[in-house]
Write a protein that binds this ligand. Structure first.
Ligand SMILES: *[C@@H]1O[C@H](CO)[C@@H](O)[C@H](O)[C@H]1NC(C)=O
Ligand SMILES: *[C@@H]1O[C@H](CO)[C@@H](O)[C@H](O)[C@H]1NC(C)=O
Ligand SMILES: *[C@@H]1O[C@H](CO)[C@@H](O)[C@H](O)[C@H]1NC(C)=O
Length: 514
């Protein structure tokens, strides 16, 4: 009996803790990357409150309470997300557009009934807060619930947040997402551009986005809340949905971890007709899908015709995710559907090339199948992903504004016919799949670690809390420079004095002689 109690004390420290998971961003891909964590925590015996724009209300998850913030989807009708890249707008407008979208979403969510009730709960309601932290807003939850906070992301994160956690942000080695480059950068103009992006984003975060968000959320989190930037600095850990081999390979502080394979692939049985089509396409299959955010009506021009004509000239069967199943002049080899079971399609042995917008989720579903990709990146982190995949030799990239029939057709043919792409893709698959532990176990372990120790201050990198001028040792250089100047000036003064004295004595000698 004693032994049992002892064992319980040793191993049972984290039993049934109360966890708040606030995964706010209204996009299915974000939610798919984050919600499994909340679900798993509840299955492992914790009492989880999940705030999400996509609640499932699965009654068999009895320890999971969901709060609906789907009002966050409303602002999207006012923003054309296909413009969210630097080929369409200036960097500053791009950052502003992203920020204003966040403000729009946050303010609607904070007014939602479920969130209002949540914010009324007593201060000790939770032992751990998880948030999706691509905006500073919800870091303010720490002030209400006085619990340690972990910030997560469904992709990487901006350089500003890396800086706050003490990760290196060298613009040549680790360009910001918006630089749309893959490090190390070799071209001088690209280097300058990357520095410009890092500095601009940094200054805008510091002097525009953070102060504005602070004003916006303060009435909801309490007027006595410390500055929102300090709330971000108070976070215990950052978890990024990133695999180093398909990212910038940035070194990480001890309180930042990567995870990337939370969901086990859903290889379901294909619908019968689809299975037959795939099995009988002995020449190979191309799968074309630009995801859920890219709407053809935003692309303008005759882009639809261009795409269809190019696909029609391929000697392969093409599965094409399209807005409707009917399209005038649809080529014979092209099959249009509103939706395909993507993971099962990609796993089919006849699959040759995937044409994608380069969202992280699609990439993560493609790599385990060793299939070359043609990336047509539109928004957010997609242009950067595209550059990285091309650098790794498994993809070709076409920027949307250069999309022409011949280019599209020829690039797909090249990817399908040149063996090197498939070889590289298979090599990448092998290193990608090889890992020491399941990522879900890793994420859960760290969550429970932060609960056990009421935070992870002890892991915080020293570089997180020094200013840029200290980081770049500017104070030291100035000191050395001053010292050199003083020594130089002092030395020349000494020389002058010495010459004066010498000159005087020699003229005195001269005078005496006269
Ligand atoms: C809920 O949590 C309790 C422990 O607090 C656990 O025994 C139970 O299995 C959990 N239920 C589910 C459905 O996960
Ligand atoms: C509900 O959750 C359980 C446990 O994870 C899962 O097996 C089941 O498929 C889920 N149901 C739905 C409708 O998603
Ligand atoms: C900072 O984090 C700790 C947990 O690590 C938490 O207890 C505290 O309330 C936070 N500070 C503020 C001002 O919210």
């Amino acid at each position: 009996m004693k032994l049992f109690v002892l064992l319980n004390l040793m191993f049972g420290v984290v039993y049934c803790e109360k966890i708040l998971a606030f995964f706010f961003f209204p996009a299915v891909s974000h939610q798919n990357a984050l919600k499994p964590i909340a679900k798993e925590l509840s299955l492992r015996g914790h009492e989880v409150t999940l705030v999400t724009p996509n609640p499932d209300y699965n009654s068999s998850l009895s320890n999971l309470t969901e709060i609906d913030v789907s009002v966050g989807y409303e602002p999207f009708q006012f923003y054309d997300l296909t413009k969210l890249n630097r080929d369409s707008v200036y960097l500053i407008d791009l950052v502003l557009m992203g920020h204003h979208l966040y403000e729009d979403i946050v303010i609607r969510q904070l007014k939602a009934k479920g969130v209002k009730e949540l914010l009324q709960k007593p201060a000790d309601s939770f032992d751990l807060i998880l948030i999706e932290g691509n905006t500073p807003a919800y870091f303010g939850l720490q002030h209400i619930f006085n619990a340690p906070l972990i910030t997560l992301s469904s992709y990487g994160t901006g350089t500003y947040y890396h800086h706050v956690f003490g990760n290196p942000i060298h613009p040549v080695l680790y360009p910001d997402i918006f630089a749309q480059l893959s490090g190390p950068i070799s071209n001088l103009l690209d280097k300058i551009d990357s520095l410009y992006v890092t500095l601009t984003y940094h200054l805008m975060a510091e002097y525009y986005m953070f102060p504005r968000m602070d004003k916006l959320v303060r009435p909801y989190f309490g007027l006595d809340m410390p500055y929102i930037g300090d709330m971000v600095r108070n976070a215990s850990m950052m978890m990024l949905n990133v695999n180093p081999i398909i990212s910038e390979r940035r070194p990480l502080s001890a309180n930042v971890i990567h995870y990337y394979k939370l969901h086990t692939p859903k290889i379901e049985e294909l619908p019968k007709d689809l299975q037959e089509i795939l099995d009988h396409s002995k020449n190979g299959v191309v799968y074309f899908s630009l995801g859920t955010n890219v709407r053809f009506q935003f692309l303008g021009g005759n882009i639809k015709e261009i795409i269809l004509e190019a696909l029609g000239e391929l000697p392969y069967t093409v599965l094409c995710k399209w807005e409707s199943e009917y399209q005038e002049n649809k080529p014979k080899n092209v099959i249009l559907r509103k939706w395909f079971p993507q993971e099962s399609v990609l796993a089919h042995p006849n699959m040759k090339v995937f044409v994608t917008q380069g969202g992280l989720q699609s990439i993560q579903e493609t790599i385990p199948n060793g299939i070359p990709m043609l990336v047509i990146p539109f928004l957010g982190e997609q242009p950067m992903n595209a550059k990285i995949l091309a650098d790794r030799g498994i993809a070709e990239v076409i920027m949307p504004k250069f999309l022409k029939k011949e280019i599209l057709r020829d690039t797909i043919l090249k990817l399908a016919n040149e063996e090197r792409y498939r070889l590289k893709a298979q090599q990448l698959r092998d290193v990608y799949m090889d890992q020491p532990q399941s990522d879900m176990d890793k994420v859960i372990w760290w969550c429970e670690y932060v609960i056990r120790h009421r935070g992870a201050k002890h892991l915080r990198s020293p570089s997180a809390d020094i200013s840029l001028y200290e980081y770049f040792m500017i104070d030291i250089f100035i000191c050395i420079l001053v010292a050199i100047c003083v020594i130089y000036k002092g030395f020349s003064l000494l020389l002058i004095i010495a010459f004066r004295i010498l000159g005087q004595t020699s003229s005195e000698v001269k005078l005496k002689r006269q």
